[in-house]
Design a protein around this ligand. Structure first.
Ligand SMILES: [Zn+2]
Length: 165
């Protein structure tokens, strides 16, 4: 049985409030994936019936992950929160259930950065040890620039001298 699959018939007309925490391996990510789920999903949602069989879910969902920084390759924690969270479920006539858990899984994984940097994780004070190498312009480029200006000054001096003669 998948987690958070709801029988449409059991959603009252004035809505259903659901709150809790998933158990087991909710995300079922492959072991070699760069994203690791680090705990359960916390959810607090209101399910409402809309028009034309539409079911609306709104509230908040969150889950902790461990990601690998693309710069320094170190792992770091990132708690992914969708608050406010909103999802719509279109239902066909005869459909009996909606997979709220499947949608939450997709939406949380979509929110996790594909090129994570460790200074964007839960530790606000963290500075990526490889960060500086990517951001500082090289000393060589700066030196070349000043040499070019020097050469231009020489040309201008030369031109002035020539005109005075
Ligand atoms: Zn890093």
């Amino acid at each position: 049985m998948k987690p958070l699959v709801f029988d449409i018939g059991e959603i009252p007309h004035d809505g259903l409030e659901i709150e809790g925490r998933t158990d087991g391996d909710f995300f079922e990510l492959p072991p070699d994936d760069d994203i690791r789920a680090a705990g359960p999903v916390d959810y607090h949602l209101q399910l409402d019936r809309g028009e034309d069989g539409l079911i609306l879910a709104h509230g908040a969902v969150s889950a902790p992950f461990v990601l690998r920084c693309v710069r320094c390759l170190e792992e770091f924690p990132l708690h992914c929160r969708l608050d406010p969270y909103f999802a719509e479920f279109e239902t066909e006539p005869g459909q009996t259930a909606i997979d709220v858990g499947g949608r939450i899984r997709e939406d949380l994984l979509f929110e996790v950065p594909s090129y994570p940097h460790c200074d964007e994780g839960d530790d606000a004070d963290r500075a990526c040890p490889m960060g500086a190498a990517f951001e500082t312009p090289s000393a060589e480029a700066a030196g070349g620039g000043s040499d070019a200006w020097g050469a231009l000054d020489q040309l201008n001096l030369g031109a002035k001298k020539g005109s005075n003669d």
